[in-house]
Design a binder for this molecule. Structure first.
Ligand SMILES: Cc1ncc(COP(=O)(O)O)c(C=O)c1O
Length: 430
């Protein structure tokens, strides 16, 4: 049988369901034929059915999910081979590719299209952008013989939760340093949102006040814990805030190759003019903007920053790019817009209402801390500068963070829908 590697039509012969075990035959290392049996109820002998199924797809180990949690060699896209260093491996932790679909955001300027890249669907416990960085970071940790991971972030850090899950998947211990307010730093942090997942998977949680964090800094704090663990005979591996170092940046360089492939092989004939995303520690926009520049995408990357100011991020992203010997100026490849509002992880009622309106209008739930603020900022910018966005095809990257919404339930309570005590009359028969 000769097939195009991308679209292959082949037949699946009969198999016994009693065995419930598919038999796979690799062909050209890419294609699999699957045999099925089924049991006859009237006959104790397995009976072959000659049912056959048309499958229009290339079935690979990847598509079947068998490569999840395995270490794989990494080959960069041809346009990224000059970057240095290139990671040799990654762990398959995310469910990729994430879908892309058109998103009917209300009140768009004339002829503007918004499409959504659903990185919020990259995997439930690992949801969002963090898992893409962790694919590379965890491979490095394992290669270095680490037996535990240390990382740091805010009390509802999605990155810390994703790291805690990834570490447990790979049988590593995880130590999280979580920043919280002085008033509650000596109390049990509870189980809201990301904390529930972190504590369920057994992460060690160390609390630090915002003041101490500001004074000491994240690098010194993680180093301090690293020293302590080394003295106890452990082999810790430190991941910085948000997983945003040059190695983590490969996560979104790889994501650009994924988008490129989706556009080249998909049925939608679309070229994106812009990529829009939230920015919290800089790694995502570093990978996206460098990848978009080097690949065939050439879309302009706009980042809505939810903490610190744009100048801080231009400098930070520059450091990440320099760490890959990219030879480009961050200020030329990404447009960073301040969307911090009242402050990191602090929402106005208007922002939360916006999250609610978008969910009600499109079914897509934005997290309040990152994508919620970014899309709020984007629609505000569209309303103020419609000419800038008119007729553009925009790809918004939804970076996940749903669990952070549970931290806002009190604020959202009054915004969400009605409920009724069901009216059951005597006339309804029991
Ligand atoms: C849900 C979510 N979206 C976006 C971001 C921002 O990504 P980055 O930290 O790479 O800038 C983060 C983390 O900071 C996040 O948790």
């Amino acid at each position: 049988m000769s097939c195009s590697p991308l679209l292959c039509s082949f037949r699946i012969p009969a198999i016994p369901i009693s065995k419930k075990k598919p038999i796979f035959t690799h062909q050209n290392n890419r294609l699999l034929t699957v045999s099925l049996f089924s049991h006859s109820h009237s006959n104790s002998h397995p009976q072959h059915h000659t049912q056959s199924m048309e499958v229009n797809d290339t079935i690979t180990n990847n598509a079947l999910g068998f490569d999840f949690l395995t270490k794989k060699p990494y080959t960069p896209p041809s346009w990224a081979t000059h970057l240095n260093p290139i990671p040799p491996n990654y762990f398959s932790l995310a469910h990729l590719p994430t879908p892309i679909h058109k998103w009917n955001l209300p009140n768009l300027p004339k002829n503007t299209q918004v499409w959504l890249k659903r990185d919020d669907l990259s995997g439930m416990q690992l949801s969002g952008n963090k898992v893409r960085k962790l694919e590379f970071l965890m491979a490095d940790a394992v290669a270095q013989g680490a037996d535990c991971i240390i990382t740091i972030g805010g009390i509802q850090s999605n990155h810390c939760r994703a790291t805690a899950v990834a570490a447990r998947y790979l049988n590593l211990d995880c130590y999280l340093i979580l920043r919280t307010s002085k008033a509650v730093v000596d109390q049990d942090p509870g189980l809201t949102g990301n904390l529930l997942v972190e504590r369920l998977v057994g992460a060690h949680v160390e609390l630090i006040s915002k003041e101490e964090y500001g004074k000491i800094g994240s690098v010194a704090l993680t180093n301090h814990l690293k020293e302590k663990l080394l003295n106890e005979g452990r082999k810790p591996y430190v991941i910085p805030v948000g997983g945003s170092n040059s190695l983590g940046t490969w996560g979104y360089i790889k994501a650009i190759a994924e988008i490129e492939h989706q556009l080249q092989t998909g049925t939608e004939n679309i070229k994106f003019d812009d990529i829009v995303v939230a920015c919290g520690s800089g790694g995502t926009i570093a990978g996206l903007s460098l990848g978009s520049l080097l690949s065939s995408l050439k879309a302009k990357v706009h980042a809505f920053s939810v903490c610190d100011d744009p100048n801080y991020f231009y400098d930070y992203v520059q450091g990440l790019l320099d760490g890959l010997e990219a030879g480009v100026d961050s200020r030329n490849i990404v447009d960073i817009i301040n969307a911090k509002g009242l402050g990191y992880a602090i929402n106005t009622a208007e922002e939360l209402n916006f999250v609610k309106e978008i969910a009600a209008a499109t079914g897509v739930i934005l997290d309040p801390v990152y994508s919620g603020k970014a899309v709020y900022g984007l629609t505000k910018d569209m309303a103020e500068n419609p000419k800038k966005w008119e007729g553009r095809k925009i790809l918004f990257i939804h970076t996940g963070g749903l669990l952070g919404l549970y931290d806002k339930v009190q604020q959202i309570d009054s915004l969400v829908g009605n409920w009724n005590r069901m009216d059951v009359h005597e006339s309804v028969p029991p």
